[in-house]
Write a protein that binds this ligand. Structure first.
Ligand code: SAH
Length: 256
């Protein structure tokens, strides 16, 4: 029987190559074929072999370069042709990364899959901004939600934010006004503190702080761009001011 390749669903973390797992770094360095999405930092792609084939299937909110079923088909086709495929995704493959859909497609085609976890944006941003997602004095529940999804207004987020809880919103920049309105309608105090972390764990990171009622204004005044996370809860008010943050040394320079 012809050799079938393996599909590796690999988390690339939030941006800084230093935040890759050893397993991810080794797979990237050894790969002949890497299929990556737009969130993967160029410094991470620079770890690939010079002769590696790099295929971008970048997705953005406004532009779908390749629909998900085409991506699934591409991965499966290459693996069935005998090639190992490193499918590289920002953050963790199984947190808003469609890794589950790709794993199902591979399994349905009889292709072996290995999943390599990555540091999800929430963890990377929390560390870089020194925001404790949980804190014995402030929060014992943390939830990750998608701010851009089908039927945002029908989503039931009640109970996810508020006293003793931390809410982390992925993909929420465009829908920030709707999100603030929704949470306040659910009864969350307008003066609940929050932080917006743009480009976490990258050299151009910004950490912006505000209150729930001011979220739409903050996002538009500061022209917040994707990728950014919105973290809502008391823990954000305990974190140090931007000037006191020592960013992890980004490995970019070292690699050039
Ligand atoms: N699988 C990824 C999430 C993909 S969804 C993970 O586990 O992190 C894309 C969203 O992730 C972005 O819209 C943004 O909200 C968030 N994100 C990814 N990388 C980020 C970064 N470096 N800084 C801030 N947010 C980031």
């Amino acid at each position: 029987m012809a050799k079938v390749g393996t599909i590796y669903l690999v988390g690339a973390g939030p941006g800084d190559p230093e935040l890759l797992t050893l397993r991810a770094a080794r797979l990237i360095e050894g790969a002949g074929l890497i299929v990556h999405d737009g969130l993967v930092d160029p410094a991470i792609l620079a770890l690939a072999r010079p002769d590696a084939e790099l295929v971008s299937v970048a997705k953005s909110r406004a532009r779908h370069t390749l629909p998900q079923d085409r991506i699934n088909a591409l991965l499966v086709r290459e693996a069935l042709a005998g090639r190992d495929v490193v499918r590289l995704k920002g953050g963790d493959p199984l947190v808003f990364g469609r890794g589950g859909e790709e794993a199902e497609a591979a399994q349905a085609a009889g292709v072996p899959v290995e999943i390599v976890p990555g540091i999800s944006a929430a963890n990377g941003a929390a560390a870089a901004a020194q925001i404790a997602l949980t804190h014995r004095d402030a929060s014992s529940i943390v939830s990750f939600v998608a701010g851009q999804c089908k039927g945002l207004t029908e989503q039931d987020w009640s109970g996810l934010a508020g006293k003793g809880r931390t809410l982390v919103i992925y993909m929420g920049v465009k829908t920030a006004p709707l999100i603030a309105e929704k949470l306040m309608e659910d009864g969350l105090a307008p003066e609940t503190p929050l932080a917006v972390i743009e480009n976490a764990a990258r050299p151009q990171m910004r950490v912006l702080r505000g209150l729930l009622a001011g979220l739409p204004e903050l996002v538009s005044r500061e022209s917040v761009i994707s990728p950014a996370l919105i973290v809502i809860g008391e823990v954000t008010a305990r974190s140090p001011a931007d000037g006191d943050l020592a960013l992890t040394k980004i490995a970019l320079e070292a690699m050039q």
